[in-house]
Design a protein around this ligand. Structure first.
Ligand code: SF4
Length: 680
């Protein structure tokens, strides 16, 4: 049985699932992946792996892998050779340019591949329309933390959590979504750390917490601002830090004292005394570390939530030292890297600005091309496609037809396109609509680098050959660019691309494949002598004057329940599945744990609807309607229900709202008013 197969050799590489970036010894035999075990010396996972990293990698061997380029002829895919596919794509793409073209990069692909796709979009297609799924996870972190601290990344390292005196976990079900990080939090608690959790749901972290502030969905901003207010009322702020390293405190303080605390209690549903106790614990136990995920960002005021957390850390001086900081837990294996590589419509690689003349000059010289202006963010890309303004789209390793909000509208956009190119390892819901599908190599079949949530750049190494004619994404992009006449894509290895990146991105300048051979390094790493940066902002902030800023966030609540839609739907992920299941659906063992969608519902709501465990219900929002089975549990509060967005059969994102955070463009995925009717 494949389950007991012993590997004939092992290759050290990185887990391709979540942003923790655990290092693994990947066991192979006869050109197939047969095992995985954690790398004991890894500072990330110290030999541990979660169920997905340990047992979830055999999707690589699936017979359903794409093996040949496919072109649609008379509505059906036919297999073609690479030469024919590339010639067709090059000719068709030459008909479009500038704002008629958009590309969607991928947080599952390597740094080198994301760098190349944004270079191709900007330098060959002359379009700024490049974005990726970070828009749906941490765009508010990139925006908010850049405004307040000068850098949008996690300030500290996963391993430092063990020594935090206090951990404030906000909107994160880390033991399921970033399991190794979640376990590190539980380890810290066992060692005596205080744990505070802000979350509408009961999770494994909330059960381990000193205080669980169980607030109503989308009300975090009020709660966090009230914590800051209590810290000042009790004179627990770090006055020296505020005076020497920050600006804007007086305006922030003034705003805090405008808060109507009774209103805070009413809006959040959390007793003020609990908020005060949590504030006291956070401010009096240093170092205190904040971790957070989508429960903070996927709201119409996502950037405001991030700013509120950043203000809280600055107020108490919990920045610039080990085991403190503000730490957005990045979702996918390389979402940090794809942002670092400029797969964003408003930033060049290394977060260099499109408004910075020196950066423009540097990239223009390096790529022998004009640099186009700001492009469209992901939701705007789909709107422009639906409106006929974007006519050709290139999607690398993403499945927007399940992951985007309001997917009915996304389907309309795809159907309107004149040309859709998708490259992936499997046929996905999105690739079914493509004109051309290109077979890509998986993480086990190519070299490259991933950058994990704590800014650690790590090598992934080829362990086996790709199936059939599948090729690494960087190879595919390079050959298309060459076929379109560009002389700037003559790469034969991923290392050549990395060398180009480190010449253009100062925070990667000191990195090289040779150095990374002996272990990952955390950026910024500016020279060969630089050993990398486990925690940021030790001496100054990367902002003019070197000081961080208190920024007063704007208040905005998500759309609330109404008579017609009286319940609030929350969405998220589950330990045993991953995103749109293009990988985990091919792993039998994981499917056994959670093979179908379930809607979590509070017992009181279940009783008033007259439904029991396993009963089917119809969930309807203003945008769509789906059928799903119920699981009754106290883990969701009365008036709310929860489901994942993993399953195409009951796609949660046909219900969710595309209404966006005005700063970052993040849709408010976390709170959707719905009504629920039993199917019987
Ligand atoms: Fe992979 Fe994340 Fe699990 Fe680590 S915690 S094994 S990176 S899925």
């Amino acid at each position: 049985s494949p389950r007991t197969e012993k590997p004939s050799s092992e290759v050290k590489t990185v887990c391709p699932y979540c942003g923790a970036g655990c290092e693994i010894h990947l066991g192979v035999r006869g050109g197939r992946v047969v095992s995985a075990r954690g790398v004991r010396e890894s500072p990330v996972n110290r030999g541990n792996l979660c169920v997905k990293g340990r047992f979830g990698l055999k999707f690589v061997n699936s017979p359903e892998r794409l093996k040949k380029p496919l072109m649609k002829v008379d509505g059906r895919f036919v297999e073609v050779e690479w030469d024919e596919a590339i010639k067709f794509i090059a000719e068709r793409l030459s008909e479009y340019g500038g704002s008629e073209f958009a590309a969607v990069a991928s947080a599952k692909c390597t740094n080198e591949e994301n760098y190349l796709l944004q270079k191709f979009t900007r330098a060959v297609m002359g379009s700024g329309n490049i974005d990726h799924c970070a828009r749906l996870c941490h765009a508010p972190s990139v925006a908010g933390l850049k405004m307040s601290l000068g850098s949008g990344a996690m300030t500290n390292s996963i391993d430092e959590l063990r020594d935090a005196a206090c951990i404030l976990a906000v909107g994160t079900n880390a033991t399921e979504t970033h399991p190794i990080t979640g376990y590190r939090v539980l380890e810290a608690v066992r060692g005596g750390s205080r744990l505070l959790v802000i979350d509408p749901r009961i999770t494994r972290l909330s059960e381990a917490a000193d205080i669980h502030l169980r607030n109503r969905p989308g009300t975090d901003l009020y709660l966090i601002m009230a914590m800051s207010r209590f810290i000042i009322e009790e004179e627990l702020q770090d006055t020296d830090f505020i005076g020497s390293r920050t600006d804007g405190f007086d305006e922030f303080r003034e705003e805090l004292f405008k808060l109507d605390l009774d209103e805070v209690q009413e809006i959040t549903g959390v007793p003020l005394e609990d908020i005060r106790r949590a504030a006291r614990i956070y401010a009096s136990n240093s170092p205190a570390s904040i971790i957070y995920s989508m429960g903070v960002t996927q709201h119409v005021n996502g950037t405001g939530n991030v700013l509120a957390l950043s203000n809280l850390a600055l107020l108490t001086g919990n920045i610039g030292m080990p085991s403190a900081g503000i730490n957005p837990l990045r979702g996918q294996n390389n979402v940090q890297g794809s942002c670092d590589m400029g797969a964003l419509p408003d930033l060049l690689p290394g977060y260099q600005g499109l408004d910075d003349p020196e950066a423009l000059e540097k990239f223009s010289r390096a790529w022998d091309s004009e640099i186009p202006d700001y492009g469209k963010i992901l939701p705007e890309i789909f709107e422009d496609a639906a409106g006929g303004r974007i006519k050709a789209m290139y999607i690398m390793g993403e499945n927007p037809l399940l992951s985007e909000p309001d997917i009915g509208k996304v389907r309309e956009a795809f159907e309107k396109l004149e040309l859709l190119i998708v490259q992936d390892i499997f046929l996905t819901e999105t690739s079914e609509l493509a004109d051309v599908v290109l077979p890509a190599a998986s993480f086990a079949e190519k070299d490259g680098t991933f950058t994990n949530t704590e800014r650690r750049v790590q090598l992934i190494r080829k362990a086996i050959d790709p199936p059939g004619d599948a090729k690494p994404d960087w190879w595919i992009i390079s050959r298309i660019a060459e076929a379109m006449g560009s002389g700037e894509f003559s790469y034969e290895t991923s290392e050549e691309i990395f060398d180009e990146i480190r010449g253009l991105v100062p925070s990667y300048a000191g990195l090289s494949y040779d150095r990374l051979e002996s272990g990952g390094i955390q950026w910024p790493c500016r020279s060969q002598e630089d050993e990398g940066t486990p925690y940021l902002h030790a001496d100054e902030f990367p902002k003019p004057g070197g000081r961080a800023s208190f920024i007063v966030p704007g208040y905005q609540l998500p759309e609330g329940p109404s008579d017609e839609y009286p319940m609030i739907l929350l969405t998220g992920r589950n330990l045993y599945q991953y995103h749109t299941r293009s990988m985990t659906a091919r792993v039998r063992g994981l499917e056994r744990f959670l093979g179908t969608e379930e809607l979590l519902m509070n017992p009181e709501d279940a009783e008033s609807l007259g439904v029991l465990d396993g009963d089917e219900v119809r969930v309807t929002s203003v945008r769509g309607s789906i059928t799903v089975g119920v699981r009754v549990t106290e883990r969701v509060m009365k008036g709310t229900v929860f489901m994942t967005f993993h399953f195409a059969e009951s796609p949660a994102n046909s219900l969710t709202s595309p209404v966006r955070d005005p700063v970052s463009g993040m849709p408010g995925l976390k709170a959707t008013p719905v009504n629920i009717k039993p199917c019987k």
